[in-house]
Design a protein around this ligand. Structure first.
Ligand SMILES: Cc1ncc(COP(=O)(O)O)c(C=O)c1O
Length: 475
């Protein structure tokens, strides 16, 4: 029995949420009940509307946030109140269809009933939330084993463990994708220092428009902070330009330390990096002794094959996973890499709260669900992409094409103003989607639906987008 420490009154919802608590608890409860009790058709019919069944309430504002996160919003904040699967309700009681799975990380949407059961079951069984990484709990070790199995489908695991040339090592002690990417960058630099130190400054070949996290070096890979880095060269190439890639490898030869790619560039207008291009990069890396890293922080756990590397038939030297791995519960990330590259020391790449057993247990549940639903995920993803492709073909004056694959898609507009206007009107309509329009030439509306997407919701979303393209209310 837990001792009652006598602090019960300090730990109520009302007390924790300060003055806004009571109102907010009611609003939250009603929003959750509305989302869980309303049939799917009713939810779709109400997308974009204010839900009067939920009482208005006061909410904390963002006055202490940094400016780029909405510090100026002090009156009537309208942030997220409650979510369920693909839908969420804002503090001002508007219902949204979330077309981007949160921030591309909620693999199964909000509060997936079976994953919630997995979580509660894990807590009941005594799985800890986090602990020291020197004594990893069973779910963390089990998750490491599952990631190795996924990266080596059908392999004989006993032989795999002894084979240092294979993807048989996992770094799991990192909380975010950025930290996992940084680890893979350090592995690449260490490998270069060990094998090619006499060649001169290492060269990282990256794709123009890449995004491998918010760390300093990751940002250097996309062109930022050049004045602070010496003795390393970044060469950016255009995705799917095989000739340019060959020229770059020809020019820098042994100096190429690493090639980095995100298979579907969700940070650059959903450009699909074609399998043949990734295969070419693989063979150029082999010829020059460079390491190839696939950043699957976006693509991982979003396709029937679970890992995109298995879809495109390319085995990288380092595979980076994050986001969808734990379905948005507690961020965990991982690098799966060849045993011979196991050169980092424990504290070279670690998040001290990245050994989260409960999150790892949820990650195992997420993987099991993707495997169990693989056929459905494949069918719905294909259907959605086909419908988006038709949409692009039907409005050639506005749209160049539909990009992406499966649940991840981009609608490339001809004019940035139209992309921005469409985005604004779609959000007003209740479709929460994103737009890439902040770099010159970018004009793409992005979606990445969570995996509970079905044909009915996919068709609803495409129809709503079609109506906007017909009516063009922003023009
Ligand atoms: C491709 C890719 N790499 C790396 C990251 C960084 O991951 P995190 O935000 O978990 O640090 C992201 C995040 O959006 C990403 O999309």
């Amino acid at each position: 029995m837990t001792a009652n420490l006598g602090h019960d009154e300090l730990l109520t919802f009302d007390a924790l949420m300060a003055d806004t608590g009571r109102d907010m608890a009611d609003a939250l409860g009603c929003a959750r009940d509305y989302l869980t009790a309303t049939p799917r058709a009713g939810l779709l019919a109400s997308v974009g509307q204010t839900i009067d069944a939920i009482p208005p309430a006061q909410f904390p504002d963002k006055r202490w946030f940094q400016r780029s996160y909405g510090r100026s919003v002090t009156d009537k904040p309208d942030d997220l109140l409650a979510g369920h699967q693909l839908f969420y309700i804002t503090e001002q009681r508007r219902l949204f269809l979330d077309c981007t799975a949160g921030h591309y990380q909620m693999t199964w949407g909000y509060d997936h009933p079976q994953l919630r059961e997995v979580l509660l079951d894990g807590i009941q069984r005594g799985i800890v939330w986090d602990n020291h990484s020197n004594v990893p709990a069973a779910p963390v070790k089990r998750l490491a084993a599952r990631l190795i199995e996924l990266a080596n489908p059908g392999a004989d695991l006993a032989r795999l463990q002894a084979d240092d040339s294979k993807l048989n090592t996992v770094l799991l002690g990192v909380a975010t994708g950025t930290a996992a990417c940084a680890a893979a960058m350090k592995i690449t630099l260490k490998h270069y220092a060990g094998e090619k130190a006499n060649e001169g400054a290492p060269v990282f070949v990256t794709l123009d428009g890449n995004y491998h996290g918010t760390d300093l070096f990751a940002q250097r890979l996309r062109g930022m902070w050049p004045e602070y880095f010496t003795n390393v060269e970044i060469v950016m190439v255009q995705p799917n330009d095989g000739r340019q890639l060959e020229q770059v490898f020809d020019q820098y030869g042994q100096r190429v330390a690493g090639f980095w790619a995100e298979p579907i560039m969700m940070n650059r207008e959903a450009i699909v990096v074609e399998p043949w291009y990734l295969q070419l990069a693989r063979s150029l890396c082999d010829q020059t002794g460079a390491l190839m890293t696939l950043d699957e922080i976006q693509t991982g756990f979003w396709f029937p094959e679970l890992l995109y590397m298995n879809r495109c038939g390319v085995e990288p030297d380092c595979l980076v996973l994050g986001k969808g791995l734990t379905a948005g519960f507690h961020p965990l990330a991982a690098v799966v890499y060849r045993g011979r590259l196991d050169t980092l020391q424990q504290y070279d790449a670690i998040s001290t709260n990245g050994n989260a057993a409960l999150a790892a247990y949820l990650g195992l549940g997420c993987i099991a669900l993707v495997q169990g639903e693989a056929e459905h995920i494949g069918q719905v993803g294909e259907h959605y992409h086909e419908r988006m492709t038709e949409l692009a073909a039907d409005f050639p004056d506005l749209l160049v094409e539909a990009r992406g694959e499966g649940h991840m898609s981009g609608l490339k507009f001809r004019q940035v103003e139209d992309a921005l206007g469409f985005h604004r009107c779609a959000v007003e309509r209740g479709l929460w989607l994103r737009v890439h329009a902040y770099h010159e030439g970018h004009s793409t509306v992005l979606t990445k639906f969570a995996l509970p997407l079905d044909i009915e919701v996919a068709d609803f979303a495409v129809t709503a987008m079609r109506q906007l393209l017909e009516q063009r209310p922003w023009q």
